[in-house]
Structures are given as C-alpha cells and as structure tokens.
Write a protein that binds this ligand. Structure first.
Ligand code: NAD
Length: 483
C-alpha cells in the first residue's frame, strides 16, 4: 500500500528550546522525516531559539549530530539532509528578557503559516506567550504549541489557560499529547466509526470491562526532581490515560472535526464518577536487579510519591453503566507496553462443554512497543477428536499490514503537521484540561489526608499485589505485561 502524502502549506516554525532534549530527540527528527517524505515544502523554515550562544551554522551542525543519533537514515538521503539543514536558522534569546524579540520578528515572513513550539519548561510558557503578543510577533492566524506538564492541579491549569488565553485565542492553542498522535489511537476511532462491526457491541450490554495499561521499564533516574512533585497520577493519568479513556468511551461525534470530537471527550470526563480512593492502588518500586529504588532518585528520600498507580474508574452514562475501566501505569515494570483492551462478555449460553475454560473475546489496541490491533477469538482446534476449542488472535500489525518498508510515522510527525494544517482534532481543548484536573484533585486530596505510604513493588514485576487484587475481587484479571 502506498501512503498518500499531502504537502502542507509553507510555514515558519519557531522552536523555543531548540537545543533541548525534546527538540533533539523528537521534534527535529520528525520534521526531517516530513521533509524526506515530501510533506514539508522546501521553502519552509525552522527557527531554533534558545539561550545557548551560537551561530546558525553551529546550530545546523548541532542538528546534523542529533539526526545522526536519532535518525541515522538521514545520511542515506544527502540531498534532503542538505535541504533540511538549509531550512534551519537560529537565534539566541533569553525568553525572560526583552532582548532578541524584534530580531525574531524581522526573521518571520508575512502571509505564511506561523507556529511557535514551546519546547521549554512550563514556567516559561506564560513569559513567551506574553512577549510574542507584546512584540506583535503573534498574529491572529499564528499557532502556539505547548506540552505537558500543563498545570499541577485545577488552579494552576486555570492560571495557565488564562495566561495563554490572554495572548492567543483557543483556536490558536495546541495542547499536544503525543499519545493522540499514535496511529493506533487514531485507528481506534477508525475501527469504531468506519466499520459497522464494533459500534453496536461497544456498550455495557456486550462489553464486560476495559483495561488501559501504560507500563514502562525505565525508572525516574535523571527526572527525580520533577517526578517527585508529580507522581504517576499527575504525570500519566491526568493527560495520556484520560485521553485514551475518552477516545474509547466517547459517543460517536456527528462529524470528525476538532470541536465535535473534543465535545464528546469532554462529556466523558464530566460523566466520570468521582474516584474512590478505596479503588486505587499506589505503588513505589524498590531497589532490585542491581538498580536503585525510587527513593534513591527522589528529591525527598522519604518521598510518598507513587511511581505506580492502578485505579478503577466508572462512567455514569447509558452506554457504560456497570462497566469498569481499569487503568494502571508505572515505572520499572516487567516490560514497556501500552495498550487498551476491550474485554467482551462471554456468550449468553454455553453449548460447548469447554467454553467455561475459554477466555472472552478481547480487542487489544496496542500503542507500544509495536503498534497494532488484535482481536482474540475462540475457534475450533483443527483436526478430528471432537469439538475442542482454542483461542487465536486475528492480528493486524500496522507495519505488516501496510506493507514491508512502510514507515509508521512517529506521533510528533503527525501532530506537528496537524499544527501547520490548523487541525486541532488531536489536541486537548482548555476545558478538557480543566475538567480532567477537577476529577484528579479530590483524589490527590484524599491521599494526602490519609497519608498512607505507596505499596512497595519489585523492579520487573507487574506492580504491587494489591493492584492484582483490585481486579481479582471483581472476578477479573489483568492481561500480562509483556512486550
Ligand atoms: P531541556 O531542559 O532539555 O531543554 C530546555 C530548552 O529550553 C533548552 O533548549 C534551553 O536552552 C531552553 N531554555 C531554558 N530556559 C530558557 C530561557 N530562559 N530562554 C530561552 N531558552 C531557554 O528540556 P526538554 O526535555 O527538551 O523539555 C522541554 C519541555 O517539553 C518541558 O516542558 C518538558 O516537560 C516537556 N516534555 C519533554 C519530553 C522529553 O521527551 N524530553 C517529553 C514530554 C514533555
């Protein structure tokens, strides 16, 4: 299958924090790939802005090195590499001061798409937005992109929205959540709304429960300071997992456009039953396998912050009444794996004796490591000898299904092009962000009041025993964490 690439309009993209980790590892390689695939017009420009004092040519060398490390195939396309490096420029600006902004303004061309990617810490978001407006660099059609952490609680999320909103209209603000840029996540919507097969079954009459897992192998080393103030609930559940839950649970929007989709997601968040602290399990990994434990890297050696959380979430709606959504995420678990699993109910009447031992149909939507969708079915075991049943997966790995050599685009590739196209469908709206925090805050307050320590768990495990019990007591079990 040949992928269709529709070039975007010519643009000027300013990356604030262009010398940082996110820009080097993700943003610049993603843009290179979009140029290589013919989507980024050659006249477009990427202007790096950061504090580090260097000339444009030094920045080009810096980007060449980043591509060598994170996009080694760049060397096989020397003409594209040359054109890409030629599209780069650089400006030294300390965004907390007033110097340098007029020079930035002079670099930008009128009448073409203008976007600002804030790849800097969140404390600088307001500073940059304010100065872009003050120096008239932000024009009515320009776009601003911000990434998590978007607030720490409802009050700070509201303050951030207000600060950005004072300088940019909501239609100009792109709150990026890279989980939504994954092909599989968009395929979740295609599967649901472009096929007649699933949607009639997508409700409490046929669905027993839903599991959403985001498991990581790595720990918090290097990020201990930030993470210790955040924890798994704020770092993963409030944003990525809440978004996955919304896309799984939302009603079909009347049209696939930004506000229709975001209205439906917002309704899901509003319909969430307040989280019950008794239905949450917090964990913290301990030292093992020759690696330190959470507390060895945390800012506070006596930290109460969770590196794992499992929770049972319920949605008050006709579609989902009585269908639990179980969420779990953690660090230093057995494998790196993210998936959404829709577990269907068993058939209402068992005509085969073996049916009691068989599992249920499951639709597994895997985000990482290998994006793909699997439907687990029960079929007859081949051969004579009676009606023996067995389970087989109907598998659709995207890399295979779309043909050898087909490149599954990285989430940032898709999302940056959406910014240039002006398509906000896969970006969070301000009210979604606030509503998600409004659901999270009381849970954090309940934990703080209770003061209980997170349960310890072993490196390489599936998390604390209590997380297994959370499902066992409902007569269910988690799928194995495996890559
Ligand atoms: P980083 O510390 O590696 O880079 C920060 C960049 O900001 C550098 O280029 C630095 O020069 C620039 N900067 C800092 N202060 C500045 C100032 N006063 N004026 C001008 N430039 C300044 O950070 P990062 O890991 O690249 O992360 C950037 C943002 O993206 C953060 O908000 C982070 O939470 C978020 N984020 C990062 C990742 C990731 O994979 N690294 C993933 C998700 C979200």
């Amino acid at each position: 299958m040949v992928s269709r690439v529709i070039p975007v309009d010519v643009f000027d993209l300013v990356i604030f924090g262009a010398t940082g980790d996110l820009a080097r590892r993700k943003l610049l390689p993603a843009l290179f790939r979009r140029m290589r695939d013919g989507q980024m017009p050659g006249e477009s420009r990427i202007i790096g802005v950061a504090r580090r004092d260097m000339e444009a040519d030094e920045f080009r060398n810096f980007v060449r090195d980043a591509l060598e490390e994170f996009e080694p195939e760049a060397a096989e396309a020397p003409d594209v590499l040359k054109a890409f490096l030629g599209a780069l420029d650089y400006l030294v600006v300390d965004v907390r001061g007033d110097a340098g902004w007029e020079a930035l303004k002079a670099m930008l061309r009128p009448d073409i798409v203008r976007a600002f990617y804030l790849s800097v810490g969140p404390s600088l978001f307001g500073e940059i937005a304010t100065r872009l407006k003050k120096h008239a660099i932000a024009i009515p059609e320009s776009r601003i992109v911000v990434e998590k952490p978007l607030g720490h609680d409802l009050a700070s999320a509201k303050a951030l929205n207000a600060r950005l909103g004072a300088c940019f209209d909501e239609h100009q603000i792109y709150r990026i959540d890279h989980y939504l840029g994954k092909e599989t996540v968009q395929n979740l919507m295609a599967i649901r709304f472009a096929n007649a097969l699933f949607e009639p079954l997508w409700n409490g009459q046929y669905v027993d429960h839903v599991q959403i897992t985001v498991a990581e192998r790595i720990g918090v080393e290097g990020r201990g300071g930030y993470y210790d103030k955040s924890g798994a609930l704020r770092d993963m559940v409030q944003n990525h997992m809440m978004q996955l839950l919304c896309l799984t649970a939302m009603e079909p929007p009347a049209k696939f456009n930004a506000d229709f989709v975001r209205d439906e997601k917002l309704k899901v968040i509003r319909a969430l039953v307040p989280a019950n602290p008794q239905s949450t399990v917090r964990g913290q990994y301990r030292a093992g396998d020759g690696e330190g434990g959470y507390l060895d890297h945390a800012e506070n050696p006596d930290s109460n912050t969770e590196s794992f959380i499992a929770l049972k979430v319920e949605i008050e709606s006709w579609r989902w009444a009585g269908v639990p959504f179980y969420l779990r995420t953690g660090k230093r678990l057995r494998a790196r794996m993210s998936e959404i699993v829709v577990v269907f109910k068993k058939p209402p009447h068992a005509i085969f004796p073996e049916m009691a031992q068989q599992g249920s149909n499951e639709l597994v939507i895997r985000l990482q490591p290998d994006e793909g969708i699997t439907l687990n079915m029960t079929i007859k075991e081949p051969g004579p000898g009676g009606m023996r049943l067995t389970e087989v997966p109907l598998d659709m790995s995207f890399a295979e299904a779309l043909g050898a050599g087909h490149h599954v685009p990285d989430a940032y590739e898709r999302l940056i092009m959406d910014v240039i196209r002006g398509d906000q469908t896969l970006f969070m709206r301000g009210d979604e962000l606030e509503e998600a925090w409004a659901w999270i805050d009381p849970l954090v307050a309940a934990w703080e009041e209770n003061g209980a320590r997170p349960k310890p768990y072993d490196t390489g495990s599936s998390g604390p025993e209590d997380a297994l019990a959370l499902l066992h007591k409902d007569g269910r079990k988690w799928r194995e964490i495996e890559s």
